[in-house]
Design a protein around this ligand. Structure first.
Ligand code: 5GP
Ligand code: ZN
Length: 143
């Protein structure tokens, strides 16, 4: 026997449809106070190295090595500490872009990808970014 619904709201399928139509997608808006969102928006110039639908890479303004590129997600989130499961793919994509840039620059003998997490580790821009550093000998441990 089929179950009848006295009101559309009692119908779980209709309720779900209604939810998806009225709830905005959880796409983080660019943060107007975020330096890297402003670079993405073209408001602040940067030397672009690579771009695809998901990530953007540009030269660091204060390079610490012959190659010092920053790779960022196009959708703003603050950093690894704030990352959710939904960010797993984009964090991977940023690293794959770093590996591709390293290959193009012939620095595969030894390079480093770095995420500074929190002010205590030197994070100064709170839009997740992977540093790609290479082109010179890199000592360990880092400072
Ligand atoms: P963090 O310290 O947050 O790990 O890294 C932020 C990086 O952004 C630093 O290496 C810094 O040199 C770089 N940076 C800061 N301001 C600018 C800018 O206006 N343009 C570019 N291209 N890099 C910047
Ligand atoms: Zn941002």
């Amino acid at each position: 026997m089929s179950r009848g619904f006295s009101r559309w709201a009692d119908n779980p399928a209709a309720a779900m449809l209604s939810f998806s139509q009225t709830t905005p997608e959880r796409i983080p808006m660019p943060d107007p106070n975020c330096l890297f969102c402003r670079i993405l928006a073209g408001e602040i110039p940067a030397k672009k190295i690579y771009e695809d639908d998901h990530v953007f890479a540009f030269e660091d303004i204060n390079p610490q090595a012959p190659t010092h590129v920053l790779i960022i997600p196009k959708k703003h989130f603050a950093g690894l500490k704030e990352a959710q499961a939904e960010h797993a793919e984009i964090i991977g994509r940023c690293h794959l872009a770093a590996a591709q840039i390293a290959r193009q620059r012939n620095i595969e003998h030894g390079y480093r990808t770095v995420l500074n997490v929190g002010p205590g580790a030197g994070q100064s821009v709170f839009h997740l970014h992977v540093h790609l550093i290479g082109g010179r000998p890199l000592s360990w441990p880092p400072g």
